[in-house]
Design a protein around this ligand. Structure first.
Ligand SMILES: [Zn+2]
Length: 313
């Protein structure tokens, strides 16, 4: 049996979906933008619509969803997302009822860490840098997960730095995320650009892009250093949208880490092998594990199907 699983990764500015199978790996891939300015209810509507389309295209037998923010995996609930605005969204039951497919949810960065750990023996810290900044650790072959673990994006890197969505100022995420890089550049120049464009201007020698980028890398190095000091991993894998900047990110990040890590371990710092798709692959793999563990689907879903059948009778 080689089931096709659907992995969905809810990001701050887009939803990525892919099919994955144990024998064939990644198959089809899709990416659709979402508009978080529209508010949480509208964003949830957009996400559900993208899931519908992906299910119809994929022929998947189960769904895994990578969810940002605070996530209660056991209850299947997206508890809180600063960037997307929801509170207590019952993702698992909502998608399972809508699609009729067994559905599992997990924390986005932890799923990315699990997917990347298959490529790296030893202890690993996965750092996702996109709209936000988060980290997760795989130690002794297990993803370590509690509610707030890995929130290095909300360590304060600059005491009087820019305001963060969490309410503090100067957080790593408020300076070093892709969204912050774009925001800081726009604030300085009045030009509305994304982080990819800032990277392109950095390469062309734009001095403002250079300053914004250096500051962002310093903030990221601050957060990554904390994770390394606590966890002593063999490798740090950086994924998320900003990792697509390649050497523009990794060369200065390694240089910024070196003096900070004097006297500590010096793990390799590598780009995610799965690129921006690590979380979605991890979500599809979660769907497989959940399906195998629970038979045709998770318990809540089976119970719900039973109750629907009862009503039909
Ligand atoms: Zn913060």
């Amino acid at each position: 049996m080689n089931p096709t699983l659907l992995g969905v990764d809810i990001g701050g500015s887009s939803v990525k979906a892919l099919t994955w199978s144990p024998a064939g790996g990644v198959g089809q891939r899709w990416r659709e933008p979402i508009s978080r300015e529209a508010g949480a209810a509208a964003v949830i509507g957009q996400i559900l619509s993208i899931v519908d389309t992906s299910v119809a295209r994929s022929g998947a037998t189960a769904i895994g969803v990578a969810v940002p923010g605070v996530v209660d995996e056991n209850a299947g609930v997206a508890v809180f997302s600063e960037n997307l605005g929801w509170r207590d969204w019952p993702v698992r039951s909502g998608i399972a009822e809508r699609t009729g497919l067994p559905t599992a949810i997990g924390h986005d960065v932890r799923l990315g860490a699990a997917a990347e750990s298959a490529r790296h023996p030893g202890d690993l810290v996965f750092v996702a840098v996109g709209t936000g900044v988060g980290a997760a650790a795989v130690l002794d072959g297990r993803v370590r997960a509690t509610r707030f673990s890995g929130e290095i994006g909300h360590l304060v890197a600059e005491r009087d730095g820019p305001p963060c969505a969490c309410g503090k100022s100067g957080c790593v995420e408020a300076i070093g995320s892709a969204a912050a890089i774009a925001g800081q550049y726009t604030k300085r120049t009045g030009e509305r650009v994304d982080a990819r464009e800032v990277a392109a201007r950095l390469e062309r020698g734009d001095p403002v892009a250079g300053e914004v980028w250096r500051r962002a890398v310093d903030a990221l190095a601050h957060g990554v250093t904390a994770a390394i000091a606590v966890l002593d991993p063999d490798v740090v894998v950086v994924g998320g949208g900003l990792a697509a900047a390649g050497h523009l990110l990794f060369d200065p990040l390694r240089a910024a880490l070196a003096p900070r890590l004097a006297g500590l371990g010096a793990p390799q710092v590598l780009p995610a092998g799965l690129g921006q798709w690590a979380n979605a692959v991890g979500a599809a793999q979660l769907a497989l594990r959940s399906s195998v563990r629970d038979g045709s689907g998770n318990r809540d879903n089976r119970r719900r199907r039973t109750s629907c059948a009862d009503k039909d009778v």
